[in-house]
Design a protein around this ligand. Sequence first.
Ligand code: AMP
Ligand code: FES
Ligand code: ZN
Length: 328
Amino acid sequence: MGAMHSLSSPLPPEAKCTRCRSRATIRLSSHHALFCPECFLVFFHRAVSRAMKEFGVSAATPIMIAVSGGKDSLALWDVLHQLGYPVEGLHINLGIHDFSRASSGAVDRFARSRGLSWREVFLEEIFGYAIPEIRRRTRRKICSVCGLLKRQLLNRLVVREGYAVLATGHNLDDEAGRLLGNLVRHRRQYLEKLSPFLPSPHPRLPIKMKPLYRLEAGEIRLYCQIRGIEPVDSLCPLSRGATSHAFKEALQFLEDKMGGTKRDFLFGYLDRPAREASMPGFGTCARCGEPTYSDLCSVCGLKSRLDGKKGKETDAVPNIPAPQIKGS
Ligand code: AMP
Ligand code: FES
Ligand code: ZN
C-alpha cells in the first residue's frame, strides 16, 4: 500500500491515524478523521456492516449483486464477499460498443481475481434491442429508458435465478443527488421510494438494498485503489449531460464549502419519520416558564452552563425588561 491515499491534499508525514496512531495518509473531512489505509478499510467495512444490520440481512443470506463494472458495484461485491455473504454477480451487457466491452471486461477481471462467479446477460438477446438501437428509435431520454430496462430485467433475473435479495452499488452521492432532484421537482411518489432498503412488495420482486448508501463516491474510489480493484475507467458515452449528474455536482459544490452537507442532507431526510415520531410536545421551562422541548429552555440551559463554568449559582434568566421606545 503506497502513501498516496489522501482524499484531498496530501497529509504531512507527522499526521496520525485517529484509530491506531500510526502514520495517516487519508483525511475524511466529513468524519473529522484521519486514517492509515488499514484503518480506512475497517471504517469502510463497518459502514457496510452497519447498513446490513439495519436491513436485518444475516450473513447466511444469498445475495445477487447487480454489477456494472463501475467502482461502486465492484467495491460492494468485494466487501460483501469479505464479510462472508454468499454473493453472485449479475451484469447486463447493454451493447454500448466499447463502453459495454470495457464494462464487461472489468467485471470479468475482478471476478477472476477473487474467484467469484457471475452471470452476463445481453440486453439485445432478451429484449430484442441493444441501447444504441433503442436510442435511434425513441425520443425519450435514453438514460431513463435504460434505467427502466435495467430495473425490470434485474428484478426478473434475480427472482428467476432463485435469489430473494438484490443489492446495487448506489452510494451516498447517488442517493443524496436523487433526493435533491426529487425535492426540486416535488416528486412525492419517488421520495417515498427513496430508501436504502425496500422489502419485496410482490412475489415477483426481490428485496432491494443499497449497502453502500453510507459511503461517499470519493471513499469508494479510495477503497478500490487500496484493494487493487480496477473498475471501468470511462463513463457511459450516452449519459453526458444527464440531470442526475447536475444534482450531484450541486451537492458536491456545497460539500466542498461545508463538509458533511451531503451526509446531513440525506441522513436527516432518511431519519425523518423516527425523528418526527419521537418529537416531544412543548413543555414549560422549569426556570423561566418559557415554552421548551426539554426541562430547561435553551437560553436557561446556556445560562446555567455559563454560570457553572464561573462557579455561580444559576437563577432563571430574569424577565426581559420592556425595551425603551426610541426616537419618539
Ligand atoms: P448507475 O445507475 O449506472 O449509477 O448504477 C447504479 C447501480 O445499478 C450500480 O451500482 C449497479 O449495482 C447497477 N447497475 C448499473 N448498470 C448495470 C449493468 N449494466 N448491469 C448490472 N447492474 C448494473
Ligand atoms: Fe444506460 Fe448509459 S448506461 S444509457
Ligand atoms: Zn490506523
